[in-house]
Write a protein that binds this ligand. Structure first.
Ligand code: HGY
Ligand code: MN
Ligand code: MN
Length: 427
């Protein structure tokens, strides 16, 4: 089924990438950085970028980039989002922003038009952190803010990021895609030259209920919430489930359960917009007839500003320590991810808002509770984000859904924004 260009085709292409071979899950969507499904998705995206009149390349962090030259060869408008997904995720979180970037270029290409500035569409490879313990890896490579030894970061199978990049490069089969000098493997070499990007624009589903509740298709993001993500380990004593009396137990899972409820209670009672989530937990040894001796879990704490995030995360860790002491448990925690709150560029917020109103949409500005590559790219260039309504605000879930008409609306506003950006940069 060939969809007409625009929002419908963008949604259809996201749907297509929701199934094998573009997913590593047989009955759902899981596409992780540098996996076979990631390669298949890059193959399809490269085709669609070329059809839209772009030349296509990989940077040395294996981000896929399509380029549509402008009348001038100054700094480029970068439009993008991420192509990786969470486990059993939705089809639009990430890919929709890439597909709409391709549709915007395709519209210019079909009209035989070139804007004053070049346009690049980028498919970031690892926003979710669903394979390696850190997230936003490849936008941080592009922004030049990831200074870590790639051999130290490893996935659950033990494969290091460095080896995963080498393996990916070795098996690469992307005809018509230009490889970076020195091939794939160096995050440092993926850094976009300072001053080379006019602005970064990301269209993304809201992943929340606000726009739908207010009957709005689109919203302009003013800032992205601050995030802290911790790895927590609770150690007690494993024991026989039948012979260890309750009074003598040091049950790591019972203690961890109290900690989960303490984190929830602190977030519920905290500032507007404060959230805390325990999303992953591992119980060891994990046998039905053994009192758990060790539990490892993650805590994700977010707030509209850094100070609230820091104070709340500190209160949560303090509560954990009290529970551990009361129960004779050992507690350790490490900060996995520290993402400061990231404001979008005021002049781009106003420009996107004006474009939205010029296209007949009511103005609506909102903060993003979800993290995005835009918060990383803010270290490199001014950023703007356009939110698109999604059904029941559901995301990170196969039930994620976006209407083609809303994707069309977003495309219209993106094109109007691009014209305004041209007028501003020509002034
Ligand atoms: O976790 C987030 O907010 C994003 O979806 N990675
Ligand atoms: Mn996303
Ligand atoms: Mn996501």
């Amino acid at each position: 089924m060939v969809s007409r260009p625009g929002g419908a085709r963008a949604v259809t292409r996201c749907d297509r990438l929701g199934l094998p071979p573009y997913s590593d899950m047989p009955d759902g969507l899981y596409r992780a950085y540098l996996t076979p499904s990631y390669a298949s998705a890059q193959y399809a995206l490269a085709e669609w970028m070329r059809e839209a009149g772009m030349t296509v390349r990989l940077d040395s962090a294996a981000n896929l980039i399509g380029r549509y030259d402008g009348l001038g060869d100054g700094p480029a408008l970068l439009i993008g989002s991420h192509i990786d997904s969470v486990r059993d995720g939705g089809r639009y979180d990430g890919p929709l922003g890439i597909m709409l970037g391709i549709e915007a270029v395709a519209a210019l290409h079909e009209a035989g038009r070139r804007l004053a500035y070049p346009i690049e569409v980028i498919a970031f490879g690892d926003e979710e952190g669903s394979r390696f313990p850190a997230a936003m890896l490849t936008s941080r490579a592009a922004a030049g803010t990831l200074d870590t030894d790639l051999a130290v970061i490893a996935d659950p199978s033990g494969q290091s990021l460095a080896d995963a990049l080498k393996n990916y490069a070795a098996k690469l089969a992307l005809p018509g895609v230009t490889l970076p000098p020195g091939n794939i493997g160096s995050f440092a070499a993926a850094r976009r030259a300072p001053g080379s990007t006019l602005a970064y624009l990301e269209a993304h589903i809201e992943q929340g209920p606000v726009l739908e509740a207010e009957g709005l298709a689109l919203g302009v993001v003013t800032a992205i919430a601050a995030q802290h993500r911790y790895a927590v380990t609770v150690r007690g004593q494993a024991g026989h489930a039948g012979t260890t009396s309750m009074s003598l137990r040091r049950d790591a899972l019972a203690g961890a359960a109290r900690m989960v409820l303490a984190a929830e209670a602190l977030a519920r009672g905290g500032a507007e917009g404060l959230v805390a989530t325990v999303g992953r937990m591992e119980v060891l040894p994990g046998a039905a007839n053994v009192v758990p001796g060790e539990v490892r879990f993650t805590v994700d704490v977010r707030a509209g500003d850094d100070a609230t995030r820091d104070a709340s995360a500190g209160a949560i860790l303090d509560a954990f320590a009290v529970i551990a002491r009361e129960r004779g448990l050992a507690l350790s925690s490490s900060l996995l991810q520290n993402l400061p709150a990231s404001p979008c560029a005021p002049h781009l917020i106003n420009m996107l808002d004006a474009a939205m109103q010029a296209e007949g949409f009511a103005s609506r500005r909102l903060v993003s509770g979800a993290g995005h590559d835009a918060m990383i790219m803010a270290a490199h260039c001014p950023t703007a984000m356009l939110f698109i309504r999604c059904r029941n605000g559901i995301s990170h879930n196969p039930a994620e859904h976006v209407e083609a008409a809303d994707a069309d609306a977003a495309l219209r506003v993106m094109l109007a924004f691009m014209e305004r950006l041209q007028n501003e940069s020509a002034a």
